[in-house]
Design a protein around this ligand. Structure first.
Ligand code: ADP
Length: 548
């Protein structure tokens, strides 16, 4: 068959730039707001594509980014995959060790980095064999002191603003994102052209996260997190205006972008929307009248938050997803027959993780290997499959064998399904803590803590936290000779050397012994139940420790 018929990203770029050349892309940068149009976006993306060709990037090569949400990063979203290369978005909040592992595993040769993250990347790259032969481009028009990097404007400058975008196969890898969502080393998830295409098309349906050309879309969820939940692609497919909130946006920055740019749809983890609520409740007057919908996911949306935004005319649309799902899996729309239900029932439904997105299938398997009834009570592990669900991990047959079963992805989320088909997460089988939308490996922290000579056993669990959803708390069995007064500080100092501040446990509690399962494994469920309602981590985590 002649080319040009497959499910690829190219038609989205072509349509948006031809139909909406004057629609704006707005970007909050280090030095203020920058704005241009889809028309200019088309030119700059073509220049980037030509520059990548010139540099020697070929179909199938991986090109990495280490960036916040801004227009240049968005240029790589089409500029890289639409020439047939693969965009690898690296999470800059990861410990250096993980960054080195990821760059090596992905065989990245070229990394686009933000000026404000150049120091962090330089620290990870220093004396690291994993970075041998890797080149850097810094997102701006000036070089930076920390890293030997070509300024982006110089990299694309002088290149032709036309590009003959090739006809690609739907199976061509287009993206790559690593997840730390289970124990062990981060695992790569590859997105093919057709996965991104089908995820975009399903997102656009009324039961997805629909958008039109009248929308103004602001992804607060980082672009290094599963392509900002696919929003840059969906917004382009719709011909919507884009607003990128830049490096570490504070509630005041979000408020002013919502007001001034007329944002209609935004998306982010609950922490972001709790932050905006706090900001408004502190007496700051924010006009939310343009804002219709906030997509909230990554962690559960608290019902009180849904109600608070309802009172202000903003719909909090709760969604569940995973890196492995590109990422949208469920969205908590109200079914038509629930639209007449009382408000309490509606909020209860909307606070669940929601209804499976059209195009996907799921099943829930209990401990006996049976499918559970849809009664809202029975629970089991959620398994999913569909066109935008990955079928394997990148170069990790071991992890693939473990986390897939007969073509179904085992999510590690334990759920119930009610009579209406709403899924609700009640537990996780994976031993990880999710804090402010970012993963913390409890197993890694445990091993690091147990390396202390005065610790005989240690386990780390996530304890519920209002602002960050979960925070790590360490339970330590001290050795007999241990100095119990000094030990918590020593553990803290030791962890600080290896891990970012936001990974450090909020508390170290002494216990006599770690509860064990019948097979001798640490029983976190037991500890979690014991500490579920008891806040060991009172008070917010200091702002500078925040993951984003
Ligand atoms: P994302 O960047 O979309 O959060 P990850 O792969 O990092 O994707 O995390 C996926 C995991 O996060 C899920 O398996 C689940 O445990 C958790 N998660 C995602 N969305 C929700 C939600 N709405 N409620 C509760 N947990 C969620």
């Amino acid at each position: 068959m002649p080319g040009g018929h497959d499910q690829t990203l190219r038609p989205f770029l072509w349509r948006a730039t031809r139909l909406y050349p004057d629609t704006e892309i707005v970007s909050r940068e280090h030095d203020g707001l920058r704005r241009y149009t889809y028309g200019e976006y088309a030119d700059r993306t073509a220049q980037l594509a030509n520059a990548l060709d010139d540099y020697g990037v070929e179909a199938g090569d991986r090109v990495a980014t280490f960036c916040w949400n801004h227009a240049r990063h968005f240029e790589t979203y089409f500029g890289v995959p639409t020439i047939g290369a693969q965009l690898h978005t690296i999470n800059p909040l990861l410990p250096d060790e993980h960054v080195r592992y990821i760059v090596d595993n992905a065989e990245d040769e070229l990394v686009f980095v933000d000026p404000s993250l150049a120091g962090k990347l330089a620290a990870a790259a220093e004396d690291a064999a994993e970075f041998d032969g890797v080149d850097f481009v810094v997102m701006g028009d000036e070089p930076v002191a920390e890293l030997d990097a070509t300024p982006y404007e110089e990299f694309i400058g002088g290149h032709d603003a036309d590009y003959d975008w090739p006809e690609l196969d739907g199976d061509q890898p287009a993206g790559l994102c690593y997840t730390s969502g289970t124990t062990g080393r981060p695992k790569g998830v590859e997105y093919t052209q057709s996965m991104l295409w089908s995820h975009t098309m399903a997102s656009l349906t009324p039961q997805g996260i629909p958008m039109t050309d009248a929308d103004v879309v602001m992804p607060v969820v980082p672009m290094f997190h599963v392509n900002a939940w696919g929003m840059p692609f969906t917004a382009t497919a719709a011909g919507a205006k884009h607003v990128y909130p830049g490096p570490s946006p504070e509630p005041a920055d979000l408020a002013s972008l919502i007001e001034e740019e007329g944002v209609t749809i935004s998306a982010g983890v609950p922490t972001v929307w709790l932050g905006l609520r706090e900001y408004i409740e502190a007496g700051n007057d924010v006009d939310l009248s343009a804002l219709d919908t906030i997509i909230v996911g990554g962690s559960a949306a608290p019902p009180a938050l849904i109600e608070w935004y309802d009172d202000r005319g903003v719909e909090l649309l709760h969604a569940w997803g995973m890196t492995e799902l590109s990422p949208i899996g469920t969205v908590s729309h109200l079914k038509h027959d629930l639209r007449d239900a009382d408000y309490g029932t509606q909020v209860e439904k909307r606070a669940k993780q929601g209804l499976i997105a059209p195009g996907l299938e799921f099943r829930v398997i209990d401990e006996d290997g049976e499918e559970i009834p849809w009664d809202g009570e029975a629970f089991g592990e959620l398994q999913v499959r569909g066109p935008w669900v990955t079928k394997e991990y990148f170069q990790r047959p071991d992890a693939t064998a473990e986390e897939f079963e007969d073509g179904w992805l085992k999510t590690g989320d334990v759920v119930t399904v009610d009579e209406d088909g709403y899924l609700q997460i009640v537990d996780r089988t994976k031993d990880v803590i999710k804090s402010g939308g970012e993963w913390i490996s409890s197993v890694e922290l445990e091993n690091a803590i147990m390396a202390h000579e005065d610790v005989s056993e240690a386990t780390v669990i996530g304890v519920p936290h209002e602002r960050w959803q979960e925070r790590p708390v360490a339970f330590v069995v001290p050795a007999e000779a241990a100095d119990r007064d000094a030990l918590p500080d020593e553990i803290d100092a030791m962890l600080r050397e290896e891990y970012p501040k936001w990974w450090l446990p909020d508390a170290v509690e002494f216990i006599d012994e770690v509860p064990k399962t019948a097979t001798g494994k640490f029983s976190k469920k037991d500890l979690r139940e014991r500490y579920a309602d008891q806040s060991l981590v009172e008070g917010a985590v200091p702002e500078e420790d925040a993951p984003e």
